[in-house]
Write a protein that binds this ligand. Structure first.
Ligand SMILES: C[S@@+](CC[C@H](N)C(=O)[O-])C[C@H]1O[C@@H](n2cnc3c(N)ncnc32)[C@H](O)[C@@H]1O
Length: 275
């Protein structure tokens, strides 16, 4: 099926349905992108029309599985090793290492980890500081396809960039096809789970964290969804816990119960100790 057979009305219905289930918001300016990606999935699904497809998603018992496949097609899994690493280094040095020194076992959650490069970076930084096995690392995403790759240690095509510090190269292996993989010993330090951030119950089921890393995903949500996701993340933090968002994702404009704090030149959002 080509994009031309998807009427604006049905495209809007599908777009709203996706937002209802994932929080991902397609504004007018990127609706074409949504239609292009959706058309790819429609062509594979075998439905006669986009409206049939919509009814299937909404009402058929098989709709849930198809929605997951559609989500895999729609999400932007752009990520790479050592992305915005300053924040992760400060997290290790000023928050996690002191907690371990106090005899604690901090829990950290990478909340939209795509193919795993973010938690893998943290795992490398923890290893360098002798903290492997002393910090619990949980990583999640909404995309099953991304998580399958993460669990296998299959890195995304552009995961290793010129900013990758060569001193960590021993954690990577390049196969005969040129694809890069993370060593299983590193991957095994991370527990991967499927979590939809727009579902508060799924967030709650993970338990409490000393730090939540939720970077470069809030930009895909509407303000209302971002507020609701940040409330779930706030609730998932222990009192005094930290939320890390992407450099372009300030929460101040939206109002939040978290306090913005600067540490080592980077910004964190902190849950009040008494809350
Ligand atoms: C651009 S990647 C960010 C990866 C990583 N955090 C980073 O900064 O490099 C965005 C990820 O958010 C995930 N995502 C989108 N909506 C989500 C939702 N409702 N719940 C959980 N993950 C979601 C996508 O599947 C994608 O893997």
């Amino acid at each position: 099926m080509s994009a031309l057979r998807l009427s604006p009305h049905v495209a809007t219905l599908l777009c709203r349905f996706v937002e209802e289930h994932t929080g991902i918001h397609y504004g007018e300016e990127i609706l074409d992108l949504f239609v292009e990606k959706l058309s790819r999935r429609l062509a594979l699904s075998g439905h006669e029309s986009a409206l049939d497809y919509y009814y299937f998603l909404r009402y058929d018992p098989g709709g849930r599985v198809e929605l997951d496949a559609l989500i895999d097609t729609l999400v932007v899994g752009e990520t790479y090793l050592f992305r915005e690493v300053d924040q992760l280094e400060v997290l290790c040095d000023q928050i996690l290492a002191p907690a371990v020194a106090r005899g604690e076992r901090p829990r950290v959650w990478s909340a939209a980890c795509a193919t795993g490069e973010e938690p893998l970076t943290l795992a490398m930084l923890l290893d360098r500081r002798g903290l492997t096995g002393r910090v619990d690392l949980v990583a999640s995403d909404i995309s099953n396809a991304a998580l399958d790759r993460a669990r296998r240690g299959d890195l995304s095509r552009r995961a290793v960039r010129s900013t990758f510090p060569e001193t960590y190269r021993h954690w990577l292996r390049t196969d005969t096809s040129g694809a890069t993989h993370a060593r299983p010993e590193l991957v095994d330090t991370i527990t991967f789970r499927r979590v939809n951030l727009a579902e508060p119950a799924e967030v709650k089921a993970l338990g409490a964290f000393d730090a939540v890393i939720c970077r470069n995903v809030l930009i895909y949500f509407s303000d209302a969804t971002t507020r609701s996701v940040v409330t779930s993340l706030h609730d998932a933090l222990v009192p005094g816990g930290f939320l890390l968002v992407g450099a372009s994702e300030s929460l101040l404009r939206l109002g939040t119960m978290l306090t913005c704090e600067e540490r080592g030149g980077v910004f964190f959002y902190r849950k009040e100790v008494g809350s």
